[in-house]
Write a protein that binds this ligand. Structure first.
Ligand code: ADP
Length: 509
C-alpha cells in the first residue's frame, strides 16, 4: 500500500474548466470568478491553467492565439471526435486554452438563442467540452493535481475523471472540485444524449445523474466530484434545505461532509476606482471628488436630471425572477412617485421585464433611465456614479455587484439572502456601523420601505453616510482569503482521492 502523502500548501497544478471567462466570454459572474480566482491562485504560487470553449463571440482576431493541439481526438463513448485546442498566455501569465469545435461553439449565444431558448444539444456541446478539457491535459502533458469544474457546463469532467481516467498516467491521481455558482441551472436535458456522452446507462440512475427520466449534468458532478463548493456559506446551508436545493438537496446532503461555502472575491485590479479606465474620473476613499463627477456623467448618460442632491440608485443584472426584478417592477413606480430618487438600470433578459424597463424612462422622464443590453462600460459607470446599488434577489448564491459597489463607495441595498447576507452588514443607526441596507421579506413592500430608510439616512445623516462610503471602500474584498480557502478544499480533495485509491471508498471527514 502506498504511503499517504502529506499535502501541505505545496505548489499545485490546477486546471480550471469553465464555460466562461473574463474578458473572453461572459454571461454572468462565473466569467469574473474564473479569471480572478485563477490570478489569485497563481499569485499564491500554483501552476493554474484555464480551459474554455472557443465561442464565435470571442474576438479571436485581437488575441494572440497559438495552436496547442491540432487536431485533437476526443473519445465520446465509442466514437472519436475531432477538435482543435488553441492557447494564449494572458496578461497575468496564465495559460488559457480554447477548445475549438465549430459545430458546437459557433452559435448565436453561449447557452441559448436570442429568444432565451436553451440549445437542445447542450449536453452534447458541454459533455464534449468537459471530455476535451481532460484530453487536453493528456495531449499537452499537464498533470493536474486538481481539476476545478464549474456548474453544469463542466460538471461532467468530474464524472469522466472517475469513470474513464482512473488509471491514466496523467489523470489517474487527479482530484476534482465542483463549484456550484447557481443551483437553479442544472443542465437537465433529454436522456437521449446518454449514449453520446459515453458514461453508460448503468450510471443513469436517480442517485447519480437522472432527474425525472432526464439527464441532470450538475447532479453527476455532485455525485462524482471529490469536493463540492458553493459561493457563500449561507448558500451552502440554503442548498441542503428542503426548498433551497432546487431538487438537489438530498443529494447534496449525502455529500454534506464534502460541501462548503466560500465567498467570491473580486478582481481588485479590474474593479478599482483609483485606476479604472472605463469610468471618466478616478477617485479614492480619501478624495471622493471623482465620484461626484462620475455621478454627473452617469446622470447624463442615462438621461437623468443632472442634480447632485438627488440620490441615484443603480441596478445591473439579468432580468430574471431570481434577481427580484418582478418585485422591483411592482414597487419602482411607487418609489418614483413618492421619493426624491433616480434610477439607472442596466440589464437584459425576460421580454416582459425588458419592455417594462424600456418604457419606464418615458413615464418618469429625468428620474428613470435604462439601457437594455450587456455593456461593461455602463456597468462600471453605474458602480462609480450611483449612490446606492439595489439587489432585491429572491436568492443569490454570492452576487458580485454588491462587492463591486462597496469597492466604489456605492451603498448596497440588498435582500438578506445567500452571499448578499454574508457580504453586507446591515446599517445600524445607533452606532453608524454597517456596510449597506438589508431586508428579509421578498415583497414589494419590504423593498419599498428599505429604500425609503436608506434614502432617509442619505438625506438626514450625511456624516454617517459619508463614513459608511469610506468604510466600505476600504473593506478587503480581494481573493486573498478565499483563494486560501480554495487551497484548503483542494488539499482535502487530494487527500480524499488518495484515501479512495487505497480502498477506503466511504471515507468521510
Ligand atoms: P449572475 O452570475 O447570477 O448573473 P453575479 O452578480 O454573480 O450574477 O454576476 C453578474 C456579473 O455580470 C457582474 O459582473 C455584473 O456586473 C455583470 N452583468 C450582468 N448584467 C450585465 C449587463 N447587462 N451589462 C454589463 N454587465 C452585466
Amino acid at each position: 500500500m502506498r504511503k499517504l502523502e502529506k499535502t501541505g500548501p505545496k505548489k499545485l497544478n490546477i486546471l480550471i474548466i469553465a464555460s466562461e471567462m473574463e474578458p473572453y466570454a461572459k454571461a454572468g459572474g462565473l466569467a469574473d470568478v474564473a479569471s480572478s480566482l485563477a490570478r489569485a491562485l497563481k499569485d499564491r504560487g500554483h501552476d493554474v491553467r484555464v480551459v474554455i470553449p472557443k465561442y464565435s463571440q470571442i474576438a479571436t482576431s485581437r488575441l494572440e492565439l497559438k495552436e496547442a493541439i491540432q487536431p485533437m481526438g476526443v473519445w465520446m463513448g465509442n466514437t472519436e471526435e475531432w477538435c482543435a485546442a488553441y492557447r494564449l498566455i494572458d496578461n497575468y501569465g496564465i495559460p488559457v486554452y480554447f477548445i475549438d469545435h465549430s459545430l458546437y461553439f459557433q452559435r448565436e449565444g453561449l447557452y441559448h438563442n436570442h429568444l432565451m431558448h436553451d440549445y437542445d444539444d447542450n449536453p452534447v456541446r458541454f459533455g464534449f467540452f468537459s471530455r476535451a478539457a481532460l484530453q487536453l491535459c493528456k495531449d499537452i502533458n499537464f498533470k493536474p493535481d486538481i481539476i476545478h469544474v464549474n456548474d453544469w457546463q463542466s460538471a461532467l469532467a468530474a464524472a469522466y475523471l472517475k469513470i474513464w481516467h482512473w488509471n491514466d498516467t496523467i489523470l489517474g491521481t487527479t482530484a476534482s472540485v465542483l463549484t456550484i455558482h447557481n443551483i437553479a441551472y442544472q443542465g437537465i436535458y433529454s436522456k437521449h444524449h446518454v449514449d453520446y456522452l459515453g458514461l453508460g446507462w448503468h450510471n443513469f440512475t436517480e442517485e447519480k445523474m437522472e432527474t425525472f427520466d432526464r439527464i441532470n449534468l450538475l447532479k453527476a458532478g455532485i455525485y462524482y466530484a471529490d469536493m463540492i463548493t458553493t459561493v457563500s456559506p449561507t448558500f451552502a446551508k440554503d442548498i441542503i434545505s428542503p426548498h433551497g436545493g432546487f431538487g438537489l438537496a438530498p443529494y447534496l446532503s449525502n455529500r454534506s461532509h464534502h460541501l462548503c461555502g466560500i465567498v467570491n472575491g473580486i478582481d481588485t485590479d479590474v474593479w478599482n476606482p483609483q485606476t479604472d479606465e472605463l469610468v471618466p474620473y478616478n477617485y479614492s476613499s480619501s478624495n471622493l471628488r471623482g465620484k461626484s463627477l462620475c455621478k454627473k456623467a452617469l446622470q447624463k448618460r442615462f438621461h437623468l436630471n443632472v442634480d447632485h442632491s438627488v440620490p441615484v440608485i443603480g441596478i445591473i443584472g439579468r432580468f430574471v425572477e431570481q434577481k427580484g426584478f418582478h418585485i422591483l417592477a411592482q414597487s419602482i413606480c411607487g418609489m418614483l412617485d413618492t421619493m426624491n430618487v433616480q434610477f439607472a438600470i442596466l440589464g437584459s433578459g425576460e421580454h416582459d421585464l425588458q419592455n417594462f424597463f424600456i418604457d419606464l424612462p418615458s413615464r418618469y422622464s429625468g428620474k428613470a433611465g435604462s439601457f437594455i443590453g450587456f455593456d461593461n462600460e455602463r456597468a462600471h459607470l453605474i458602480e462609480a456614479g450611483a449612490d446606492f446599488f439595489l439587489m432585491p434577489s429572491l436568492f443569490e448564491p454570492c452576487g458580485l455587484n454588491q462587492l463591486y459597489s462597496q469597492r466604489y463607495g456605492t451603498i448596497p441595498i440588498v435582500r438578506a439572502t445567500g452571499g448578499l447576507n454574508d457580504t453586507v452588514e446591515n446599517f445600524n443607526e445607533q452606532t453608524g456601523s454597517g456596510s449597506g441596507f438589508k431586508f428579509n421579506d421578498p415583497t414589494p413592500d419590504a423593498l419599498y420601505h428599505t429604500v425609503k430608510w436608506a434614502l432617509s439616512i442619505y438625506e438626514k445623516k450625511p456624516s454617517q453616510f459619508k463614513a459608511m462610503i469610506k468604510r466600505i471602500m476600504n473593506l478587503d474584498l480581494s481573493w486573498k482569503k478565499s483563494a486560501q480557502q480554495y487551497e484548503n478544499v483542494y488539499t482535502r480533495a487530494i487527500q480524499k482521492k488518495q484515501y479512495e485509491e487505497q480502498g477506503y471508498r466511504s471515507y468521510y471527514w
